[in-house]
Design a protein around this ligand. Structure first.
Ligand code: FEO
Ligand code: CA
Ligand code: CA
Length: 686
């Protein structure tokens, strides 16, 4: 294998490497659209600085390392420092400190291979790819003769989030649950006509969205996972029935001619990241749902127009022209249908006949995903990001406590927890003089981008009542038009909040801010201490010490991503000559030892995307190493890191501006002249 060295001094072009085709089909070309958040909402250098009562801020639990256990990367316990590809280093005192448990691997260099590249001594394999069987009777995938009937039984397109749940009583068997974020029709069909897709193509796309649930079996002696058709096998698509729960259910904003009660929605769309609940269900975020709806410009009235604009619903025809075959995608006919998307959905993967729900108490925005932290008293906290430039970070704190146990009544109780509680949005306050935050990325004189913050309440919901906590907004308006409510309370405009998750070992919360090339440009908001770079091409990682059920927090930037040789990057204070370059962080995850893992989307440094580990504790804090890279044009997502294996989703391999089925940009995973297929990959030591 020839690895092409990355120039660490590559000229930046001002954007991530993500192709325009990806932008159109995943995000509805969000980057080319006006910024939806035009609110006067002040960013924090204009907010009067206040002293938060630090006594209310949780100090974070002490790290307790696992005492035993063989991680997939067996720690040798010997001195084996592995400098990243950021540059050679020798003679460091760190050479005598063993790598943290679980991170004893040799970094993969940045590269542009059309392959999944894993460290020396590791192997990888495809678990399942677009078109592989999920349901009984699924036909063999036939790219040139694909049908909707086949797709409804097969693995969907563009896998993003993934979860691996051990099946009780079945050693080495797991449920694999995967999001299918979006479809890229020019790559899926020969001769695709963007102006006039056929009904069959549209129906294939509906069936290729949603989620897949399937059983996988681990192979003895390796990390391989083999799909097994079972009673758990399920496809959830753009037409599966969902129940709307929480304060927006039944409101005038969500009623349609097909659902006059406003309680039953067909389908879930643009499912990006997600989380596993402690009660064994899956949370999944409906992200760029706006792009599927046509004729937003027919909505009249100032308030209604403002709502449509704030959610980025534009134009006449939609990109995929679904409105040609189902009027619910046409706002001229069904103006409320988009109000039924943009939620966190919850799915019980253990019962293939269960009806999934959309939790409106968690607000409606471009939900990246949701992850759960449970406090000592059983309060459930959901952390969430709204992935748009200059949008916000949210959390939901339950008023009910988790019920332990795995019986039906506990499941029923726990699946309603996210309907009762308080929704908050975050305000970040820096502790350095604003003059020292000049947009260059240079650290302020106190040596850190850091400060305090508060969670501002928006909505309090209970089983039979709810209360708006935002002046001028009804309960239903906060639940359905959450962005507009948050605009009025002084939330901090962030650089595209993606995944947010609490470290189960320490309770500290980590958020990926993927990038924002508009920061500090034209008339857009300038840098602030939590978003400290203008033209932020490479993103950053926020570390929050949160009083999970409370309203105060402290924060600091763990990583300011990019080329380690560049002055505007920061790696937790670690020696930058010994780290891997990292750009556009998207998903975060933790291994059993509490190390942070980050997958990337849109590497702006000229190399393929990948999966990286970051040390959080001790003298190696900030050490960032690349564990794997994905094929050309792909993004890495859905990372799962267990003792035995690493699982990632490889999304949109080969995608580039001129990529079509006639001219594929990749032949991964099947090689030769095969069409590229999004797929789930497992890697293991051996
Ligand atoms: Fe679908 Fe925010 O990435
Ligand atoms: Ca500071
Ligand atoms: Ca994402």
């Amino acid at each position: 294998m020839i690895l092409q060295p990355l120039s660490l001094f590559v000229a930046h072009d001002g954007t991530s490497s993500r192709s325009h085709l990806t932008c159109r089909y995943r995000c509805g070309d969000a980057c080319a659209q006006p910024i939806p958040n035009t609110s006067e909402n002040p960013y924090f250098r204009d907010v009067a600085r206040r002293t938060l009562d630090r006594r209310t801020v949780l100090r974070g639990g002490a790290l307790t390392m696992l005492s035993a256990g063989a991680l997939f990367a067996h720690s040798t316990g010997t001195a084996a420092a592995q400098p990243g590809s950021g540059g050679a280093a020798g003679g460091s005192s760190l050479d005598h400190i063993p790598p943290p448990r679980g991170l004893d691997y040799e970094a993969v260099p940045p590269n542009t291979e059309d392959a999944v590249v894993v460290p020396r001594g590791y192997s990888s394999d495809v678990v399942i790819r677009w078109g592989d069987p999920v349901l009984p009777g699924a036909p063999e995938f036939d790219f040139a003769n694909h049908t909707a009937a086949a797709q409804e039984k097969q693995f969907g397109y563009n896998n993003d989030f993934a979860a691996l749940l051990p099946i009780p009583g079945a050693a080495s068997e797991y449920l694999l649950v995967v999001n299918h974020e979006y479809t890229t029709e020019p790559a899926m069909f020969y001769g695709y006509d963007e102006a006039a897709p056929t009904e069959e193509q549209v129906r294939i796309a509906w069936a290729a969205h949603g989620l897949s649930v399937l059983k996988v079996r681990g192979e003895a002696g390796s990390g391989k996972l083999t799909p097994v058709i079972s009673e758990f096998s399920r496809r959830i698509t753009a037409t599966t029935e969902f129940t709307l729960t929480g304060p927006a259910a039944g409101s005038d904003f969500v009623r349609t001619s097909a659902d006059p009660a406003g309680t039953t929605v067909r389908g879930t769309l643009n499912n990006c990241a997600g989380g596993v609940t402690p009660w064994g269900t899956i949370l999944s975020g409906e992200e760029n749902f706006n792009q599927y709806f046509a004729n937003g410009d027919t909505i009249s009235g100032d308030a209604a127009r403002a709502r449509v604009k704030r959610y980025g619903i534009t134009g006449a025809a939609s990109e995929r022209r679904w409105e040609n075959y189902d009027p619910r995608f046409d706002q001229a006919k069904e103006p409320n249908e988009p109000n039924r998307f943009g939620y966190i959905v919850e799915i019980n993967p253990w019962d293939a006949t269960s009806t999934p729900v959309k939790h409106t108490a968690l607000g409606r925005f471009k939900h990246e995903g949701a992850t759960i932290h449970v406090t000592a008293d059983g309060t459930v906290v959901a952390y969430m990001g709204d992935d748009e430039r200059f949008d916000y970070i949210y959390k939901f704190v339950s008023s009910r406590k988790i019920m332990r146990g795995d019986g039906a009544s506990a499941l029923r109780h726990n699946m309603a927890i996210l309907d009762e509680g308080t929704l908050y949005v975050a305000r970040f306050l820096g502790n350095s003089p604003s003059a020292e935050i000049d947009g260059s990325g240079e650290l302020p004189s106190d040596g850190a981008f850091d400060g305090t913050g508060e969670w501002i309440p928006l909505l309090r919901a209970s089983a039979d009542s709810a209360e708006s906590l935002v002046d001028g907004f009804s309960v239903q308006e906060v639940a359905v038009f959450t962005r507009l409510a948050a605009d009025t309370v002084g939330a901090t405009k962030m650089d595209r909040p993606e995944d947010i998750e609490a470290n189960p070992r320490t309770g500290k919360v980590y958020a990926a801010l993927t990038n924002n090339t508009r920061r500090g440009t034209d008339n857009y908001p300038s840098a602030d201490e939590a978003n400290p770079r203008h033209n932020n091409k490479n993103g950053h990682i926020l570390e929050i010490t949160d009083d999970h059920a409370g309203t105060a927090f402290r924060w600091n930037l763990l990583l300011v991503c990019g080329d380690p040789a560049a002055a505007d990057t920061y790696f937790g204070g670690f020696d930058k000559s010994r780290v891997s370059p990292i750009s556009c962080p998207d998903n975060v995850a933790f291994d059993p030892y509490g190390n942070l893992w980050i997958s990337t989307d849109g590497n702006a440094l000229g190399a393929n995307d990948g999966l990286f580990s970051v040390v959080l504790q001790g003298p190696r804090r900030g050490e960032t190493k690349q564990f794997l890279s994905v094929p050309v044009g792909a993004e890495t997502c859905g990372p799962i890191v267990t003792e035995d294996r690493v699982v990632v989703c490889v999304q949109h391999p080969g995608e580039s501006d001129d990529y079509t089925a006639e001219s594929p940009g990749s032949h991964w995973p099947d090689g030769g002249d095969a069409q590229p297929r999004p797929a789930v990959v497992v890697a293991w030591k051996g």
